[in-house]
Design a protein around this ligand. Structure first.
Ligand SMILES: Cc1cc2nc3c(=O)[nH]c(=O)nc-3n(C[C@H](O)[C@H](O)[C@H](O)COP(=O)(O)O)c2cc1C
Length: 136
């Protein structure tokens, strides 16, 4: 099974999840600045929320996808909202790319909120999630 991990992270919170997920499934996490160059069965795609929206890097990455993807599995951190699922879903739908119902989300530190998140427990949960999705 071919698996890729891409993420965008301004402050490093979502990068922590990306690295935990990638490590769990035996690949290297790359930022959304690195386009996919071959078809994949699963793309784990990490994003976050900044002033109620996902970053343009994520939008541009999805718009630029020109390979075949079996399914995108989202993961995200945010301080207030519960995941970026709906926003990413709209972008994927516009491209006709399947978006898995399952996702991984946890709180991400923001100022005095959620200090230390994602923490070790979050990262362990993210790794377990990734292995289950990839059927490892
Ligand atoms: C400029 C800025 C705006 C943010 N706006 C929101 C927001 O609208 N809703 C929310 O839930 N979290 C918001 N957050 C919190 C981030 O989503 C949270 O800190 C997240 O974990 C950041 O991920 P990153 O470290 O991977 O960039 C904001 C953070 C920043 C820095």
């Amino acid at each position: 099974m071919k698996i890729a991990v891409r993420y965008f992270s301004r402050g490093g919170n979502t990068k922590k999840l990306a690295d935990a997920i990638a490590d769990a499934v035996g690949v290297t996490a790359e930022t959304t600045d690195v386009p996919l160059t071959e078809d994949v069965d699963i793309l784990f795609l990490g994003s976050s929320v900044y002033a109620f929206g996902v970053d343009d890097h994520v939008k541009d990455f999805i718009e630029g996808i020109d390979v075949t993807i079996g399914k995108v599995v989202g993961f995200s951190t945010a301080a207030l909202v519960n995941s970026t699922y709906q926003q990413v879903d709209k972008l994927l739908e516009a491209k006709g790319i399947p978006h898995a119902k399952e996702e991984f989300y946890c709180k991400g530190s923001f100022g005095i909120m959620h200090k230390g998140r994602p923490n070790a427990e979050d990262l362990a949960h993210a790794a377990t999630f990734a292995k289950e999705v990839a059927e490892f």
